[in-house]
Design a protein around this ligand. Structure first.
Ligand code: ATP
Length: 314
């Protein structure tokens, strides 16, 4: 492929996610846990702007009050967006580079897949910038090589993830769900939370293959999504990582209780945390929950889902 770029700037937006259900099974020999999860993409976005360049570089800017620390995001080959761009270049035999600008709104190390959204956005942006023309299936395959949550950030909407979370099947979801996200100034490391889960299970005497290596998403979760019923969904919200996240951050439980007292139907830790996702019955009650938490000094954002995956902005 030639290194002549077909356009010189592409802007892509990709969403953060909430796991409305997260079942964690046993640990495979490669260190990964078996998962059965339901992702929902929500209206909190990462913007990635790709500009034609001879070399590879990345800059990161955080929106105010997003929680986490945008300054802590690596700017070298550890950056997931940079890795995505280089993986695509290698797969397409493209010999130029790209200057990536990341504008973060998803909390860093917040359990909402912000880095995965950046990687998905970088794949789509570089594909367009370089005129690579890869099919969605090919981009999905590259995404899965970058991380378990990256294919979902490409895809968006609501989807069931199995395997490591990367084997996706769209889930029918009607209507809109209103969430209030409570962010934290300090992130939680995903591997540390999984290690904590293993420790807690060991203490409980769980064997290596118990919990099992394959899992299912409970039917009531899928029914609630299909009928667009927030009350039913609230009753089936579940996260196996929550106990481990709360072990590290006991205050998260109080945040959930406070959200419920303020009118949320229910709440969970999002993914590996520490972001708490509070499900509300409608936009008005979400507004009230957000205001109440903000008055208590918390950083709270009202978002909705499902929303589409990584998209080029025109
Ligand atoms: P996960 O997708 O594992 O649930 P998370 O949503 O909790 O992760 P992220 O914000 O995606 O957290 O980032 C986790 C870590 O990955 C960060 O602490 C950072 O060191 C590293 N990282 C690499 N690339 C990026 C990126 N583009 N944005 C944010 N973090 C990145």
């Amino acid at each position: 492929m030639s290194s002549a770029a077909s356009v010189d700037r592409v802007h892509v937006r990709a969403p953060g996610k909430i796991n409305v259900f997260l079942g964690v099974g046993g640990r495979h020999d490669d260190g990964y846990h078996a998962l059965a999860t339901v992702f929902q993409a929500v209206s909190l976005y990462e913007d990635v702007i790709a500009r034609a360049a001879g070399d590879f570089s990345v800059t990161v800017r955080g929106a105010d009050g997003i929680g986490g620390d945008a300054d802590a995001v690596p700017l070298d080959d550890r950056n997931l967006a940079m890795r995505a761009a280089k993986l695509l270049a290698a797969a397409a035999d493209y010999h130029g580079g790209v200057a990536l600008e990341i504008r973060k709104s998803v909390p860093v190390a917040g359990g909402m897949g912000g880095g995965s959204a950046d990687a998905a956005a970088a794949l789509v942006a570089c594909d367009a910038l370089w005129g690579t023309g890869f099919s969605p299936a090919r981009l999905h395959e590259l995404a899965a090589r970058l991380g378990a949550d990256v294919p979902f950030a490409l895809h968006g909407g609501t989807a069931v993830g199995t395997g490591r979370g990367d084997q996706l099947n769209p889930a029918l979801a009607r209507g809109r769900f209103d969430w209030v996200l409570v962010t934290s100034d300090e992130g939680l490391s995903t591997p540390v939370v999984y290690e904590q889960l293993d420790l807690l299970r060991e203490e409980e005497g769980a064997l290596a293959d118990d919990p099992p290596l394959s899992l299912d998403v409970p039917i009531p979760v899928l029914q609630a999504l299909r009928s667009g019923d927030a009350v039913q969904l609230a009753a089936s919200l579940h996260n196996d990582l929550q106990a481990a996240a709360v072990h590290r951050r006991p205050d998260l439980e109080e945040t959930i209780r406070r959200g419920i007292r303020a009118g949320a139907l229910h709440g969970i830790v999002s993914g590996s945390g520490p972001t708490v996702a509070l499900l509300c019955g409608d936009p008005e009650s979400a507004q009230a929950v957000q205001t109440s938490l903000q008055q208590a000094g918390r950083e709270a954002l009202h978002v909705h889902g499902p929303v589409p995956g990584a998209r080029i902005l025109v």
